[in-house]
Design a protein around this ligand. Structure first.
Ligand code: GCO
Ligand code: MG
Length: 396
């Protein structure tokens, strides 16, 4: 079997997605997700101009070889653009391999370690009451784990609480750690009192804190028994976790901005986190995820792969195939997609009673309706940026 053609499909059914379609001379094709929110076309161009021509005529069976060829073959390696492009190719190759074998990808990865995949979704509000109301709705839908975020009074916009924050020019939020650090423990006190202890709670600090701030927050949240506290520090400050880890019992998670196993290495081998939560679309796909999962297993770290709505159903399915296969799975993030997504992408994880499953189909289990995709043309949209009160740029 040979790779005959590579299509890069950019579509915007509610938000932008970049999909790689690898076609073979035997008529079988595979799909991969190569979406990098806010920088989509840089990845699409990389795929079309540089990677696609290298793949024509290659045997799609040799995934590791192709992966290394694209990773090392550019000389320039790593980074979100190249690793997202590589992820799109990698997932599409796994999809083809599954279709050729007539087996779901998890079966090729070793088979099922579990029957269903525990997941969490996002809950947010402008005030505590709104967060509680939404949390109760999600609990009624069956969720057993929720990530909760609340707007910080006095600040313009807060990560995780602004609807439709992707704009033609970046929406500018303000950030100040002090009011944030005051209000978050109060939110958890309120939620534990109002909705009880049974539900798993998660909170995302989105890489915005200094070490001392992060430690203070982690310590104050101990009594609210979080499943984990996410992304306390910026990815450039991995050493900072050494100062936090031994002083708090709050479980820690990190990794959505990582692009490789080497980005994750220190946190895993020093056991500085409990959950590694890389984004399969940004680390080169399933191949790298399996390596990171094995590394994490060695050091007793669990997985919680990134699963926002800004990666496509193809990536969400890829997450699940890995979640099924590995032994050190922790939990899976599942953000809700815009409604139009189902018009373009046929197949995605199924939710029931707090858990996800995937349809038993060969490959990844997703198809794309290219005609429908063409009805939703790309619309440039930036993520927000964040400013400190003095106008300097802060982590979003
Ligand atoms: C999460 C993430 C996302 C990112 C988004 C950026 O935990 O799901 O933090 O919400 O902000 O993926 O594009
Ligand atoms: Mg996050």
């Amino acid at each position: 079997m040979q790779i005959k053609n590579i299509k890069v499909i950019v579509t915007s059914p509610g938000r932008n997605y970049v999909t790689v379609k690898i076609e073979t001379d035997e008529g079988i094709y595979g799909l991969g997700d190569a979406t990098l929110n806010g920088r989509e076309l840089s990845v699409a161009k990389t795929l079309e101009e540089y990677l696609a021509p290298l793949l024509i005529g290659k045997d799609p069976d040799n995934i590791e070889h192709i992966w290394q060829y694209l990773y090392k073959g550019a000389y320039w390696r790593g980074g979100p653009v190249l690793m997202t492009a590589l992820a799109g190719i990698d997932m599409a190759l796994w999809d083809i391999k599954g279709k050729v074998a007539g087996l779901p990808v998890y079966s090729l990865l070793g088979g099922k370690s579990r029957d269903k995949i525990l997941c969490y979704t996002h809950v947010f509000g402008q005030n505590f009451q709104e967060v509680k109301d939404e949390a109760l709705e999600k609990i009624a839908e069956g969720y057993k784990a929720l990530r909760v975020q609340v707007a910080i009074p006095g600040l313009k916009g807060t990560y995780g609480t602004v609807e439709d924050d992707a704009r033609t020019l970046p929406f500018v939020e303000t950030w100040d750690s002090r009011p944030y650090l005051n209000i978050i423990p109060e939110l958890f006190e309120f939620l534990r009192t109002e909705i009880g202890d049974e539900i798993h709670l998660i909170h995302d600090s989105h890489e915005r804190l200094q070490v001392s701030e992060a430690l203070k927050l982690a310590k104050e949240l101990e009594k609210y028994d979080l499943l984990f506290l996410e992304d306390l520090l910026k990815p450039e400050n991995k050493d900072g976790f050494m100062q936090i880890r031994n002083q708090t019992s709050t479980p820690l998670a990190m990794g959505e901005l990582f692009n490789s196993k080497w980005d994750a290495l220190l946190l895993i081998k020093e056991q500085l986190i409990d959950y590694i939560r890389c984004d399969l679309s940004h680390i080169g796909g399933i191949t790298e995820a399996m390596k990171i999962a094995a590394l994490a297993e060695t050091f007793h770290v669990k997985t919680a792969w990134h699963g926002p709505a800004d990666i496509s159903p193809v990536a969400h399915l890829a997450n699940l195939h890995v979640d099924y296969a590995i032994t050190n799975f922790g939990i899976q993030e599942l953000a809700e997609f815009p409604d139009q997504v189902d018009k373009v992408f046929k197949g995605r994880p199924e939710f029931r009673d707090g858990y996800l499953t995937i349809p038993d189909k060969p490959g990844l289990g997703c198809d794309i309706d290219e005609k429908a995709a063409a009805e939703y043309p790309y619309k440039k949209a930036y993520l927000p940026i964040s400013e400190s009160p003095d106008g300097s740029v802060h982590e979003w």
